[in-house]
Design a protein around this ligand. Sequence first.
Ligand SMILES: C[S@@+](CC[C@H](N)C(=O)[O-])C[C@H]1O[C@@H](n2cnc3c(N)ncnc32)[C@H](O)[C@@H]1O
Length: 210
Amino acid sequence: MDNNYIEINKDAYNNLAKEYDERNYAVQDNFYNDIMFKDLKFKKGAKILEIGPGRGARLKNFCDYDLDVTAIELSEEMSKLCSKRAPKAKIINKNVFECDFDSPFDFIYMEAVIHNFPIEEAKKLLSLIHKWLKEDGILICTTTVDKIDFEGYEEKKDYKSNIKRFRHHYTEDAFEELFKKQNFKVLDKKYKEEIDDTRNKLWQILYVGK
Ligand SMILES: C[S@@+](CC[C@H](N)C(=O)[O-])C[C@H]1O[C@@H](n2cnc3c(N)ncnc32)[C@H](O)[C@@H]1O
């Protein structure tokens, strides 16, 4: 797989940024704030890295928890939304593979991002993340639950614009296997249903550690 998928994804998310910004995500936001983040017992000042924050809703939540927040976002347009929503976060507008860090993170968060990488690239990304995570750190990673494992370029069906980007679909087993093969241990797993006028998805949320 060449690196074309990065440029294609970057163009896609630049084009989708306005729609992401304007959509009402209240149901999802409540789930993350009321269920997920409460369980994580964030300590003030803990270091968190979000990869692919998109419009920056979760980044804002992390800043509200008084965490030391860094984000890496590929798309320029999404990065602008992040700066607007979460001005206290350090936002790095780059491809994640071009980044590196000297000191490790307590938490690394990737919501609906891992599936934008071909599986072989996702493995490389997870080995980078392994290096960036503290020994007792937690990586939280989400994707949808699919019945068949497959990948390729496809249009986003739940958005108005017919824009193609790279998408890997994971079964539950394949998703867990991906982390285990990169030397992570599965600590916990949650599910989130997303059913509204435009979406009908089941999300799997993995909490993994070293
Ligand atoms: C499906 S969106 C999810 C956005 C947000 N996390 C959410 O759940 O609403 C994927 C995001 O990951 C970013 N992304 C994709 N590939 C990336 C890469 N190689 N490096 C950094 N960010 C990337 C995209 O630009 C996009 O903003």
